[in-house]
Design a protein around this ligand. Structure first.
Ligand SMILES: Nc1nc2c(c(=O)[nH]1)N[C@@H](CN(C=O)c1ccc(C(=O)N[C@@H](CCC(=O)O)C(=O)O)cc1)CN2
Length: 313
């Protein structure tokens, strides 16, 4: 929680303009995008006789993972995607997971496969992720897709950073030429986020929650993306006036509520735009999973169309 000094900051309005930051509503954008996704899913079902399909693998009984998976399955229903959840006990062996993934790779009704993270420590994460066909890797975690972010050859972008890009685009926030600071260097958010923004010609610095004098970096950011998993890490003094602040943190407080990595109230008085937690990046993560699954099915249709053309000629 903010200290007394910071709480006073939080109660002030924007120091230069006297206004508060615009709240970027991820829930609203997610709802709007899902209308179009449903139309695309229906078009796929009409062309090939089956809707786009997503398989979710859930290992163990992590309560948060179970909630996220349930939300993904529900979201699939709203977007015309058939989904199936394969649950395994935390004692499942590596080989059993690999066999399941091989079967799903060969299943024509499945366009996307994802393994909910985290996995129990005895599972070889890299082996599991690389067993997923790159054509069905809708989480974008396969090495091919990760490497593709560097070279521009990725098939699927990871859902959370992809959602952040969509949020920025929806607000017409320029990325090219901007100073971006990403706080947090995880494989599923921070690193791919930095690469995706670099590919859009931003100048990107990656920091960590432990970066010495973090504020000296964050204060330079035109766009500040925070995915460090440290509640209240970013306070107003660390933010440039007028910056765009994207909070990817999801931290559960002792009372059960969730909060981000940014002191929302305080930073709202300094930023030009800010995402809330909940209701900012989170809903976009799930929406981009739906987008990737539908894009995968569309790619499959395009491939079979090309095959037919080649057979005719
Ligand atoms: N295979 C994957 N595993 C994990 C991913 C992922 O993208 N792929 N990301 C996270 C968890 N996650 C999705 O799986 C996820 C987390 C949170 C939300 C979300 O919508 N959050 C809401 C709040 C929800 C709440 O109240 O608990 C919000 O921010 O508004 C979506 C997806 C780790 N694992």
């Amino acid at each position: 929680m903010p200290s007394g000094k910071i709480a006073r900051w939080a109660s002030l309005s924007h120091p230069r303009t006297g206004t508060l930051a615009k709240i970027i509503d991820g829930q609203k954008l997610a709802r709007a995008l899902r209308v179009d996704l449903l139309k695309r899913a229906d078009a796929i079902a009409a062309r090939r006789g089956t809707p786009p399909g997503l398989a979710v693998i859930l290992v163990g009984d992590d309560a948060a993972s179970a909630v996220y998976v349930r939300n993904k399955i529900r979201a699939c229903e709203t977007a015309g995607i058939h989904s199936t959840c394969l649950r395994f006990p935390s004692t499942v062996g590596n080989d059993e997971l690999l066999t399941t993934i091989t079967e799903l790779n060969e299943d024509a009704a499945i366009d996307g496969i994802l393994v909910q993270l985290p996995l129990p420590p005895h599972i070889l994460l890299d082996q599991v992720l690389e067993a997923i066909s790159v054509e069905k890797d809708v989480d974008g975690f396969h090495l091919y897709n990760v490497g593709g972010l560097v070279t521009g050859n990725t098939i699927f972008s990871p859902c959370t950073p992809y959602g952040v890009v969509k949020l920025l685009e929806s607000e017409n926030i320029a990325i090219e030429g901007q100073n971006v600071v990403v706080v947090g260097a995880s494989n599923i958010v921070g690193k791919p986020m930095a690469l995706m923004l670099m590919a859009r010609d931003a100048t990107v610095a990656i920091c960590h929650a432990k970066t010495r004098d973090l504020a000296q970096f964050t204060i330079l950011a035109d766009i500040l993306v925070v995915a460090a998993g440290v509640p209240g890490l970013i306070i107003p003094q660390m933010v440039k006036t007028g910056a765009v602040v994207i909070d990817v943190g999801i931290n559960r407080l002792p009372d059960g509520r969730i909060t981000g990595d940014v002191d929302f109230e305080g930073v709202s008085a300094k930023a030009s735009c800010i995402t809330p937690v909940p209701g900012g990046v989170g809903p976009m993560t799930v929406t981009m999973l739906l987008e990737n699954t539908i894009a995968s099915a569309e790619r499959g249709l395009a491939r079979s169309g090309r095959l037919l053309e080649n057979m005719d000629s």
